[in-house]
Design a protein around this ligand. Structure first.
Ligand code: NAD
Length: 364
């Protein structure tokens, strides 16, 4: 099968391969859709087994960004980039400036940001060659670490889910199990504790657990025990696929709402099981959009207050998703996809009309 017929290409507008012999840079930029705006997405450094794996990954991730930004109400399209190799070999100024030139050659259609294995320093090197980069450090006028915003959005999303499941968004006395105390988890635990929830935490790193016990109403269990505790809400904030064939029957909660990406190991199968059981699942890309919402602010002049205000909107988006899921009896992931696609269609069409100079409204 040729490249253009590959199913993974799924409506991508553009895929660019960049190679710099001097630095050894091998990069792929995938632009999935720019109907709503420039394709913003992280740049990931990964030592892929082969080039096919890198291509598959970048295509999958960039499509995901189209949906995430559209649903979050941002004027952004979806894109992503991968740099093939180890950070120890490729994580240097020369390679990242070569990557910056590749980004610049796209004239703003793609905007790079941090992702797995990339750092604010690397983005600053990219910035030496192009303005089309976001997620810079605050010293450079950027928005810094997105994790507190992701955590706040997740907190707001848990409240929206509680409102649907329990008829009130107060988390007072609710038992919430947080799996993973990394960049996002630590801020989430703080919000939940302040809101009066009983928080049960776990992590594979002991010291991270100890740090969290300073907050009110926080207790801890071993990593594998988290699935079996009596809880109202399960908040996965570690790696993906924590809801899988082995764990789904153990979870006794009414809500699953956390920041981790790809929470359900099989979206169709597990999404349907949760729907049938009446367990409310907050789609990952809806509830964890706080980070991209914050980074987006850089494109229009960064303002922290405005970012937090926008992140609050995750509450309403989830309410819409839950309502559509209930009305149509479809898994919440499918409802989220539908709402994202609808926005791309409606707003994307308006933007195109504006671009081509057609008038949308007439006086008579
Ligand atoms: P992180 O790497 O800083 O933290 C992950 C934590 O999970 C670590 O403390 C790790 O020890 C722990 N962990 C790993 N496996 C575990 C297990 N089996 N049981 C318990 N704990 C385990 O990552 P992060 O930035 O906090 O992100 C957390 C999740 O949220 C990831 O899935 C990430 O893709 C997603 N996410 C993060 C952001 C962001 O702004 N950081 C944005 C969107 C989505």
């Amino acid at each position: 099968m040729g490249f253009f017929d590959a199913p993974a290409l799924n409506h991508h507008e553009q895929v660019v391969f960049g190679h710099d012999e001097e630095t050894g840079l091998k990069a792929i930029i995938a632009i999935h859709n720019t109907s709503l705006g420039p394709a913003l997405g992280g740049c990931r450094v990964w030592n892929y087994d082969n080039e096919d794996a890198a291509i598959r990954d970048v295509l999958r991730l960039s499509e995901g960004m189209t949906y995430k930004s559209a649903l979050a109400g941002l004027n952004l399209g979806g894109g992503k980039s991968v740099i093939i190799g180890r950070v120890s070999e490729i994580g240097n100024e020369a390679a990242f400036r070569a990557f910056g030139r590749l980004v610049d050659s796209l004239g703003g259609r793609y905007v790079a940001a941090e992702d797995v294995n990339t750092t604010p320093q690397m983005m600053e090197w990219v910035h030496e060659e192009t303005d089309n980069v976001a997620g810079l450090s605050p010293e450079l006028g950027g928005s810094g670490d997105p994790s507190p915003f992701t955590a706040y959005g997740t907190f707001v999303g848990i409240k929206a889910a509680a409102n649907k499941a329990y008829g009130s968004d107060s988390l007072e006395g609710k038992v919430i199990a947080v799996q993973g105390l990394g960049h996002v988890g630590i801020y989430l635990v703080e919000h939940l504790s302040k809101a009066g929830a009983k928080v049960i935490v776990t992590d594979i790193k002991e010291d991270r657990i100890k740090d969290m016990l300073k907050y009110k109403n926080v207790s801890a269990v071993a990593p594998d025990e988290i699935y079996d505790v009596e809880m109202d809400v399960f908040a996965p904030c570690a790696l993906g696929s924590s809801v899988n064939d082995e764990t789904i029957d153990r979870l006794k909660c009414q809500v699953i709402a956390g920041a981790a990406n790809n929470v359900l190991s099989d979206y169709d199968k597990h999404g349907k099981i949760l729907l049938d059981r009446g367990v409310l699942y907050a789609p990952d890309y809806a509830i964890n959009a706080g980070g991209v919402i914050n980074v987006y602010g850089e494109l229009e002049g960064y303002n922290e207050k405005r970012s937090y205000a926008r992140v609050n909107h995750i509450y309403n988006i989830l309410q819409e998703i839950f309502q559509l899921s209930q009305d149509e009896k479809i898994p919440t992931m499918d409802a989220a996809d539908r709402l994202a696609e609808e926005r791309i269609r409606k707003i994307g069409r308006l933007k195109q009309m504006r671009r081509s100079g057609k008038r949308i409204f007439t006086k008579i």
